[in-house]
Design a protein around this ligand. Structure first.
Ligand code: NAP
Length: 274
């Protein structure tokens, strides 16, 4: 499968960046020319363009698909509300819709679980996480202070950002499961990600062949329920609004829950509000 993206600046002009009709239609031509192809399988918008209405972008992407230059379209790095607006507009007008979401997700950065992942599940959009090892930080080479080998990428390129308060617990849990299973820390981090029901396929990164082999082997590593639970707990996000209100109201009102909450769950939800 061949996928590419559009949004980044490719020249000095006002239409050589962003997600305007002009830039999308010229960019797909440029990509096909450079790749020597007639079409790509997946054409993705690389992020949010604050100056172009999302409807203009969706219409231009539909033209790209109808002209046969891309089979499918997807998004990357959009807020959930923007992607949702685009999906609704495409559905209302019978246009090509986003089929995939290329988003940052790792055991040290579970932010998409708040809005993007539930939206994608509801809309049946495939999730393709990028930087699943947080740029190498979760590869087993780094200590909780982010100190690691000087020749590692993360040492010179400190990206993507991670929550430093939660990182030590996450690294400790990864090392514990790696020791227990005999798998590398990187493989455990990727295998954990594959247990998430909303993850469709992970975009792995590897600098060397042995890393590639190690990462691909994550697909064959089955973590026990106990190990998954330990990793989940060590990396859980703090609950935020409206998440805590949704939980609180539904814990008190069994109509909104899949089952009647236990006394302990109701008390826990109330305690979180104190
Ligand atoms: N849509 C977007 O905005 C966006 C943004 C960023 C990336 N991406 C995509 O996501 C892909 C993956 O991102 P990423 O490269 O940042 O992935 P990553 O898995 O978070 O980091 C990869 C780095 O981790 C280290 N590593 C990987 N596997 C390892 C292993 N088994 N053992 C030890 N170290 C290992 C290597 O660097 P060292 O050996 O130097 O530590 C490798 O270069 C990119 O190629 C790109 O296509 C998309």
């Amino acid at each position: 499968m061949i996928a590419t993206k559009v949004r980044g600046r490719v020249g000095p002009g006002v239409n050589q960046v962003g997600l305007s009709r002009a830039h999308i239609l010229s960019s797909i031509e440029g990509s096909l020319r450079r790749l020597g192809l007639d079409y790509v399988d997946l054409y993705q918008i690389h992020g949010f363009d604050p100056v172009t209405p999302i409807e203009e972008t969706v219409l231009a992407l539909d033209d790209v698909v109808r002209s046969g230059k891309a089979r499918y379209v997807g998004f990357s790095n959009l807020p959930a509300w923007v992607a949702s607006k685009a999906l609704t507009f495409a559905a209302q007008h019978g246009l090509a819709r986003f089929q995939s979401a290329q988003v940052y997700y790792s055991i040290a950065g579970r932010d998409i679980e708040r809005e993007v992942a539930p939206m994608c599940q509801a809309e049946r959009v495939a999730i393709l996480p990028w930087s699943p090892l947080a740029g190498g930080l979760l590869s087993g080479k780094f200590d909780p202070d982010k100190k690691g080998p000087a020749d590692s990428r993360r040492a010179s390129f400190d990206f993507p950002p991670v929550n430093m308060e939660r990182l030590p617990r996450v690294l400790a849990a990864l090392h514990k499961v790696a020791d227990a299973t005999g798998a590398s820390v990187a493989r455990v981090a990727l295998a954990w990600q594959l247990t998430r029901p909303f993850v469709t396929s992970i975009i792995i990164g590897a600098k060397r062949k042995d890393q590639l082999v190690d990462n691909i082997a994550a697909a064959g590593l089955r973590l026990s329920a106990e190990h998954v639970k330990a990793l989940d707990e060590a990396s859980a996000l703090p609950i935020e609004y409206p998440g805590w209100m949704v939980e609180f109201q539904n814990a008190r009102d069994p109509r909104g829950a899949a089952r009647t909450p236990t006394e302990a769950e109701v008390r826990a939800a109330a305690d979180r509000l104190k």
